[in-house]
Design a protein around this ligand. Structure first.
Ligand code: 0O2
Length: 230
């Protein structure tokens, strides 16, 4: 009786194993596995940067100093967004091209209370020996045509796996609460509209960005004045 059952089991398992072997050898499986592995490494790089920021956040809380970090957000670029960016730049849509050409697959956004906090957090991070600066774009000193303001710093951080070491690029976007408010709403508006945004509306959005930038500046001046009083 037992032997009959065993035979039945072997018969039912064998085709499944054969299918599994075919699946493992398929291009689909290999590519999906490779993508998953690459993304796991990018996610680990994000975790490293997030941990550094979390430690700073805790340090400021424990020491009772004013915290230059308000919030930290992160995201991995979606496969659709990766492919679109490569196509837009006339680059091959391959894993090699993606890792070599895109610096923002791993993204961390740091929201700060004041403009000067942005540069404070940037300097603190760049002082750490395992963080290497690759590129910096200061859209606060030189805002984009749209009115967009933020400091973008691409850094490289090591990720250690069981047998390999990877130096992974992470784009850190640093901005104030006010800059984030504008960028989030503008991004949502742009993505909700399929039509080309008319120049009049672009001008209005730029005007909003400038008003917000002036308020940011004024708030910083008020903070400095109040600090001098205490
Ligand atoms: P998402 O969804 O944020 O990922 P690079 O990224 O440096 O290789 P690029 O595209 O010239 O090349 O970078 P840029 O312009 O320095 O920064 C791109 C990112 O900054 C965008 O990412 C946005 O997050 C943000 N950004 C840039 N310009 C604007 C803008 O006018 N409005 C808003 N709301 N955000 C902006 P992605 O890839 O577009 O999308």
């Amino acid at each position: 009786m037992q032997n009959e059952n065993q035979n039945e089991m072997q018969e039912s398992v064998l085709p499944v194993l054969a299918d599994k072997q075919i699946a493992i050898n398929s291009d689909f499986y290999k590519m999906a596995f490779q993508f998953q592995e690459i993304m796991m490494i990018y996610e680990s790089a994000i975790k490293q940067i997030e941990t550094k920021l979390e430690i700073l956040n805790k340090e400021y809380k424990v020491t009772g100093r004013r915290n230059p970090i308000e919030t930290v957000k992160s995201r991995i670029k979606s496969p659709e967004s990766i492919a679109n960016k490569l196509i837009k730049r006339n680059l091959p849509v391959t894993f090699e091209s993606m890792t070599a050409n895109l610096h923002d697959i791993a993204g961390v956004r740091v929201i700060c209370p004041y403009i000067s906090d942005i540069y404070t957090v940037r300097d603190i991070l760049l002082k750490q020996p395992d963080i290497k600066k690759i590129e910096e774009k200061d859209y606060i000193a030189f805002p984009k045509e749209s009115g967009y303001r933020s400091l973008h710093v691409v850094v490289e951080t090591p990720v250690y796996l069981s047998n390999t070491e990877h130096h992974i690029k992470v784009e850190i976007q640093l901005r104030t609460i006010a800059m984030d408010f504008w960028a989030s709403l503008e991004h949502e508006l742009r993505y909700k509209t399929t039509a080309k945004i008319p120049e009049g509306i672009r001008r209005e959005l730029r005007h909003c960005a400038e008003t917000i930038a002036m308020t940011d500046q004024e708030m910083e001046e008020i903070a400095i004045e109040l600090q001098a009083l205490s």
